[in-house]
Design a protein around this ligand. Sequence first.
Ligand code: A2P
Length: 280
Amino acid sequence: MQTMKLNNGILIPAIGYGTWQTPDGDAVTNGIKAAVDYGYRHVDTAAAYENEEGVGKGILESGIAREELFVTSKVWNSERGYDTTLAAFEKSLKRLKFDYLDLYLIHWPASASRFENWEQINLDTWRAMTELYKAGKIKAIGVSNFKPHHLKALMETEVKPMVNQIEFHPGMLELQQETLDYCKENDIIVEGWSPLGTGRMLNNPVLIEIAEKVNRSVAQVCIRWCIQHGVLPLPKSITPTRIKQNLQVFDFELDEDDMGRIDALDNFGYSGSDPDTVRF
Ligand code: A2P
């Protein structure tokens, strides 16, 4: 499994198994077991996905040693703030039945559209994350859905974010370019949620044409496109054949022409969840 290096030296497997919208119980437990079996060593969950128990169970039943896996969870919006984040972290650990996390993220920034003191709220949440990191309970800390103006204050604190997880798939390049550039300049690894646009990419004629040309599926083309943009993809699937297929993306390359055509698919497949205006 290829890895990327976080700004604190920790290695992160270069693709992760996504679990957003996978129900708790057998669906997520069996999905994780299949994923580990096929070679995934990185699992992404969140308190808000309400499947951490099933994720933990799948990891336990997969038989793999805990330290062989890189596991991420996230603090939900209702738990922002210092004390609440500390408590939310402990609850996630308990549901996962873990004694540490590899990566913990602030799921969404508090933003100016909802909070006058949004920047202070993010700093208070970050202070709790930093404390947990320094206590060794988390190997790396970061954020999700942060734009450069949300990240700015955190960059001036003692521990800088190591990861920013954002929506990323064909059609999103222009919208996310500024965040990609900022993260690159500041040594923050960008992870991509919904690399298949939650399925919205699959019928696009340009993507179908390129997939046929390179003899891969549209899903593999989307995942590969993320990788070639330096973004760590987190494809979600509960279907064993797809789980396996989504990992087979390190043995082919999209040429400049294909990349250019996909880059040009602008403003397509966006979920519409803008961190500055979301109502959750
Ligand atoms: P399923 O979980 O039923 O296999 P995203 O990662 O962008 O959120 O997309 C997830 C969606 O894409 C899910 O509906 C998932 O279905 C579907 N999916 C995942 N991998 C593939 C694939 N290789 N081919 C087709 N559909 C896929």
